[in-house]
Design a protein around this ligand. Structure first.
Ligand SMILES: Cc1ncc(COP(=O)(O)O)c(C=O)c1O
Length: 447
């Protein structure tokens, strides 16, 4: 008989069992980067490791900074009161309160909030709501979903299908059927070293007209884009691009979904990028910053029109067959409410907006350093493209990430050979200077 295996204190706490996500596991396990504590703008490593400056707000999520006392206290209080209650057929009051607060932050008639637990779930939820919306209003032929090249929409099958990153797609079979893609909005030739939204590129929205001509509007349910593509290297939208996309969608009865998982909650100086760009989508997918990363949470904010479309039929019948065990989890709602209070009380979205010029100016000081091909800034985010090492795409940025952590006590994010920085919105001007000085030394070190 096989010996029963019991998890006990005698099990070695080695590095083997944990399969790290989106990480080269062998390299990591040879030289792990272990974080044990965090506060405000800094992480602390094991042993006597000093503060590591967080240049990336975790994974674009700790917008209010780390371990903020009011958020920690709210989570602790809620854990004592209510660990869990189901969101199917039952609810707890904080879920309604958080939904109302989010609706108040969202533009236009985006007033209905569906909760889930991550950005990936938020995207798949938004896509499903879009498909079901057309179905219930009797246009069930609208099943096609349009994404964009270089888009990142998480790792669910919906998200990778509409996403435009080859490595996130090529291993995973046939994905969703009936998906097409707009071209990416980036052109180094026309946009290099732009602060904010580039002048060139609005015409790329017209590619949607081409797809409508190809597939016919009657087959298209929705278009999903990140207002600013974050994960593939900070690609701000060209001036006028998003309004043009909105107009084409309106003309053809296509829903417009903004994936604001990164751009929501102040990254671009507003509650949502929709506000910065003066465009109201039909659905917003959000996550990350809603709890400042402290408890997993995501969601979708839908227009009144979409919600009302579902509110028909017998009243004892579920209107949308979708949801998660942990939708509107009590700890996430508590964290969300405390986080929104912090954003409001410390005016963190306005702070990001006010810091944007200083941040952009500091970022552009890297221009001219070895291998720097482009720098793009928008809000409190920057993408810095480095020239690849011969025959080893991604290696130079990987080395930069390693060196930043070990030699400069700075956490940066990398995508291919692009460095991305997106600090918590509480970053000081001095810390912005410090961050770019550290990055400059790193870029020279990996030359
Ligand atoms: C725009 C966008 N959508 C979706 C996601 C997926 O979020 P999660 O990792 O929480 O599933 C991300 C994550 O970075 C993102 O940037």
């Amino acid at each position: 008989m096989a010996q029963m295996r019991v998890a006990a204190a005698s099990v070695p706490n080695d590095l083997e069992s944990f399969w790290l996500p989106f990480t080269p596991n062998r390299g990591f396990k040879r030289a792990p980067r272990l974080i044990v504590r965090a506060k405000d703008m800094h992480y602390y490593t094991a042993g006597s490791g000093g503060p590591v400056l967080d240049g990336t707000a975790g994974l674009w999520c700790t917008n209010a900074g780390h371990n903020r006392d009011p958020i920690v206290a709210a989570i602790a209080r809620r854990a004592e009161e209510l660990d869990y209650s189901p969101a199917f057929q039952f609810a707890h009051p904080a879920a309604f309160e958080l939904a109302s607060r989010l609706a108040a932050l969202a533009p236009g008639d985006l007033n209905r909030v569906f909760f889930c637990n991550s950005g990936s779930e938020a995207v798949d939820t938004a896509l499903k709501i879009a498909l079901a919306y057309h179905y219930v209003r009797g246009e069930g032929t609208r099943t096609r979903l349009i994404g964009r090249e270089r888009g990142y929409h998480g790792v669910g099958f919906g998200g990778i299908s509409v996403g435009g990153i080859v490595n996130n797609r090529k291993f995973f079979g046939s994905l969703l059927a009936g998906v097409d893609h707009l071209p990416a909005t980036y052109s180094r030739e026309h946009q290099a070293f732009t602060k904010g939204e580039p002048e060139w590129g609005a015409h790329l929205a017209d590619e949607l007209e081409r797809l409508v001509t190809l597939h016919d509007a009657s087959s298209i349910a929705a278009v999903i884009v990140e207002p600013m593509a974050g994960s593939t290297g900070v690609l701000p939208p060209p001036q006028g691009y998003l309004p043009r996309l909105r107009a084409i969608c309106d003309q053809h009865g296509i829903l417009l979904i903004f994936d604001e998982v990164i751009t929501g909650f102040g990254r671009l100086g507003y509650a949502f990028a929709a506000e910065r760009y003066g465009v109201v989508p039909d659905l917003i997918a959000f996550a990350k910053g809603v709890t400042s990363g402290a408890v997993p949470m995501g969601g979708v904010i839908a227009s009144d029109r979409i919600y009302e479309t579902f509110m028909r039929g017998p009243e004892h019948i579920i209107e949308l067959f979708h949801g998660y065990t942990y939708s509107a989890h009590p700890l996430a709602c508590a964290a969300g409410l405390a986080t929104l209070d912090l954003y409001r009380d410390e005016k963190l979205f306005a702070r990001a907006k006010a810091l944007e010029p200083r941040f952009a100016e500091a970022a552009m000081t890297l221009k001219g350093l070895p291998n720097v091909l482009d720098i793009r800034t928008v809000g409190l985010a920057v993408g810095i493209d480095l020239a690849s090492r011969a025959g080893a795409f991604g290696l130079r940025a990987y080395e930069a990430m390693e060196r930043a952590f070990r030699d400069e006590a700075l956490m940066i994010r990398i995508a291919g050979d692009t460095i991305a920085l997106s600090p918590p919105l509480i970053v000081s001007e001095a810390q912005i200077g410090e961050m770019f000085e550290k990055v400059a030394r790193v870029i020279k070190a990996v030359a």
